[in-house]
Design a protein around this ligand. Structure first.
Ligand SMILES: *[C@@H]1O[C@H](CO)[C@@H](O)[C@H](O)[C@H]1NC(C)=O
Ligand SMILES: *[C@@H]1O[C@H](CO)[C@@H](O)[C@H](O)[C@H]1NC(C)=O
Ligand SMILES: *[C@@H]1O[C@H](CO)[C@@H](O)[C@H](O)[C@H]1NC(C)=O
Ligand SMILES: *[C@@H]1O[C@H](CO)[C@@H](O)[C@H](O)[C@H]1NC(C)=O
Ligand SMILES: *[C@@H]1O[C@H](CO)[C@@H](O)[C@H](O)[C@H]1NC(C)=O
Length: 677
């Protein structure tokens, strides 16, 4: 009896501790007065053509990416966490959460563009966007899904293009599961043009009263330096019971689209969202008891819990498993105290953020008295990766990364210095890389500061060597699964260090049938993912080689593999563009023009051909890492690449790499040079 009481008190204490930690760990929250590509990537879900650029959410391609076509695009950006829209405790109470959302939009178009197609504020059951939702579908629906109640979607559209079911090309509408609005309001009478010739910012207020179940939309031109004031009367005021259409937990965000001839930039510059919170009954009661009671509870919990905690040192089973696994790992690097890392990163201050990925935030830090053994007073620069708490899989990613990277030793891999698992927080500590990541140099630096040719060659040789080590020299094959320019870091001498092993998996030699492993929902970035992965959803050593090929082309051309290149009448992906230039006998035209001919022509041609060979659509035809290293070092001749890109076939006939027999790899090795006639 006493025991179970203690247990339940401990449970409450922990629940509160977890709620507290979870809310404190949220890095950025509403309101957003600007958006940062550095820190906000994981706060939103992006569809392929959407991004953060120039401090704004860009639903469709923006002017920064001039090589991307503006036409026929759609995109969605959703806040990463869903909101609970009604309480599940009380079935009879049909109240819905009230919310207020205010945002600043700029639906820009150039003077000779016809505006289109439109933009929408969206509440939806998930953050996926249907295919072919460009043009009139506004990134909301497509020809198949339009009108389907299973869309579970309510949106306010800002329509800039007239369809036959629209009143005009400048209206707002209430869209329920469809682009055919259940209510529209033309804006001409209000002297508002959504996408005028002269770029204009509009503040929009969308307010929902969950008891009267009425949605209201207000809009006002935003004049710079004058704070926005909501107009007295709404443009639209419509009853809508969200409970009837939406899921209980729904996402908030935006969508937008362009058409074939009609195009515009769909930008959100600021966003605030306040959703009324539904508390569960338990929480309600506890809140009524108030803070003093909570403090008492904690004190009692501690007093009563002491005996229990003494018996079982580890507080949760989960924690003990993690710690046990960590401590058993041979050659495990140093364990850090949470406080050391907190001090090193200036209390995880926002100014110390180096970057942010799907797995958490990376901070820069300085450790003092680092070398304890020699008792020197030197300080060391470190990078601390903090796994985010609301990523449920965070722990698995942490374990995967730790168990793999702690045993890898190679001069072109980022070195793991240590780890920390304390108070439910997972942290990994790496050497700090003063020159940041490769993509930063390729795209963010000014033209003069871009990587010079020697650096580019050195980086590629380093990455090839690291890849070869992972696939062959280490006692288990390791697939990195997320090889891309942003995961290649540079030390003070511009040596490449491959990092971010969050997705990496070790392939066990003796279990060939497991040689291919799940690629979590094809997590990789577009352009780096091998075509077969979209069918198998599995990463292999060959798909890492494909990603390497994309990196080679990217570094030599200075262009991202994800972009579309317009050449004459046609649009090409980066690899198709290089292949076309190769066919036309002028492959050197692909070399980054910012190098101004300051590069070795033969070497550049060699690397481009190697990049194409690695981009072979058929996995078994791609060179293996040993050949790649030899080609780069010049001890093996350049592969001959056919003038036309071979066709991707599925299922692939090849079986290379599924066996680990060394004779097989020799055979495959010799086949590469002749396999691309
Ligand atoms: C929304 O704003 C109105 C005032 O414009 C306010 O009365 C209401 O409480 C707000 N609702 C929420 C959920 O914050
Ligand atoms: C609409 O989207 C769904 C889901 O992505 C897709 O299955 C369907 O083929 C699409 N319809 C059209 C006409 O593209
Ligand atoms: C729109 O807002 C942005 C961000 O506040 C500002 O930089 C820009 O100058 C504004 N544009 C106009 C036309 O007011
Ligand atoms: C919401 O609607 C209810 C019922 O009509 C009303 O009493 C309440 O004042 C409204 N709330 C706001 C913030 O307008
Ligand atoms: C846009 O898509 C339509 C078909 O949906 C097609 O007819 C048109 O050529 C495309 N336009 C561009 C510029 O790609």
């Amino acid at each position: 009896m006493v025991f179970s009481q203690r247990l339940s008190i401990i449970y409450f204490v922990f629940t509160f501790a977890i709620i507290f930690v979870a809310s404190a760990a949220d890095p950025r929250q509403f309101p957003f007065t600007t958006f940062s590509e550095k820190t906000d990537q994981s706060i939103f879900h992006f569809t392929p053509h959407s991004s953060i650029d120039q401090g704004a959410l860009q639903l469709t391609p923006d002017s920064e990416n001039a090589e991307v076509s503006y036409s026929n695009k759609s995109g969605r950006i959703m806040y990463h966490k869903p909101y609970r829209l009604w309480s599940s405790d009380n079935e009879d109470d049909d109240g819905v959460a009230s919310f207020n959302s205010t945002f600043l939009i700029n639906i820009y178009r150039e003077k000779d563009w016809i505006a289109g197609e439109g933009f929408a504020f969206l509440i939806a059951s998930d953050w996926n966007m249907p295919e072919q939702s460009y043009g009139q579908w506004l990134g909301l629906t497509n020809a198949t899904t339009d009108g389907n109640a299973k869309n579970h979607m309510v949106a306010i559209e800002f329509d800039t293009r007239k369809q036959d079911f629209d009143p005009d090309d400048n209206h707002i509408g209430l869209n329920i599961n469809s682009v055919r609005s259940s209510k529209t309001v033309s804006l001409e009478a209000f002297d508002i043009e959504i996408s005028p010739e002269v770029g204009t910012n509009y503040t929009v207020w969308v307010q929902y009263n969950g008891s009267s179940k009425v949605i209201e939309v207000y809009m006002a031109k935003r004049i710079i330096n004058i704070p926005p004031v909501r107009p007295e009367t709404p443009l639209m005021k419509e009853p809508v019971n969200l409970k009837q259409y939406l899921k209980q937990d729904s996402y908030f965000g935006f969508s937008g689209s362009t058409g074939s001839r009609a195009k515009q930039l769909n930008c959100v510059l600021e966003w605030n969202l306040v959703v009324q919170e539904f508390k569960t009954r338990k929480n309600m009661t506890l809140l009524k008891i108030g803070v003093p009671a909570l403090v008492l509870l904690v004190v009692f919990g501690v007093i009563l819990g002491v005996g229990y905690v003494k018996k079982r040192k580890r507080t949760t089973l989960e924690e003990s498993i993690v710690l046990g696994t960590l401590k058993r790992l041979p050659g495990m690097p140093r364990e850090f105290k949470y406080k050391e890392l907190k001090d090193a990163t200036n209390n995880f201050h926002a100014s110390m953020i180096l970057g942010q990925g799907g797995f958490g935030v990376v901070y820069r830090g300085t450790l003092r008295d680092f070398d304890e053994a020699n008792a020197t007073n030197e300080s060391a620069e470190i990078a601390v990766k903090q796994f985010s708490r609301d990523n449920i899989k965070g722990k698995d990613d942490f374990m995967a990364e730790l168990t793999i990277i702690h045993r890898l030793r190679h001069k072109n891999l980022v070195r793991l210095v240590g780890w920390c698992y304390e108070k439910g927080k997972l942290l990994l500590v790496y050497d700090f890389m003063p020159n940041g990541s490769v993509d930063r140099h390729l795209y963010k630096a000014s033209n003069q500061n871009t990587l010079n040719w020697e650096h580019r060659c050195k980086i590629l040789a380093g990455v090839a060597s690291a890849l070869h080590y992972l696939q062959n020299e280490y006692d288990q094959k390791v697939v990195h699964r997320d090889l891309k320019a942003s995961n290649i870091l540079l030390d003070s001498e511009f040596n490449a260090r491959l990092g971010d092993f969050g997705l990496a998996r070790a392939l066990e030699q003796e279990r060939n049938s497991y040689a291919e492993l799940e690629l979590a929902g094809v997590a990789g970035t577009l352009g780096y993912v091998a075509p077969e992965c979209f069918h198998t959803r599995k990463a292999t050593p060959e798909s890492d080689v494909f990603s390497f090929g994309a990196v080679v082309l990217e570094i030599v051309c200075g262009k991202s593999p994800g972009i579309q290149i317009i050449h004459g009448q046609h649009q090409f992906s980066l690899v198709d563009w290089v292949w076309m230039l190769h066919r036309e006998g002028c492959i050197e035209e692909a070399v980054d023009e910012r190098l101004n001919s300051n590069y070795a022509l033969d070497e550049a041609k060699k690397l481009l051909l190697l990049g194409l060979a690695c981009s072979h659509p058929i996995a078994s035809e791609r060179p293996q890492t040993q050949a790649i290293c030899q080609i780069i070092s010049g001890t093996m001749s350049v592969p001959s690449v056919p003038p036309f890109k071979p066709v991707f076939t599925w299922p692939s006939m090849g079986t290379a790499y599924s066996s680990t027999d060394s004779t097989v790899s020799n055979v495959t090795l010799s086949r590469i040079t002749v396999s691309l006639p």
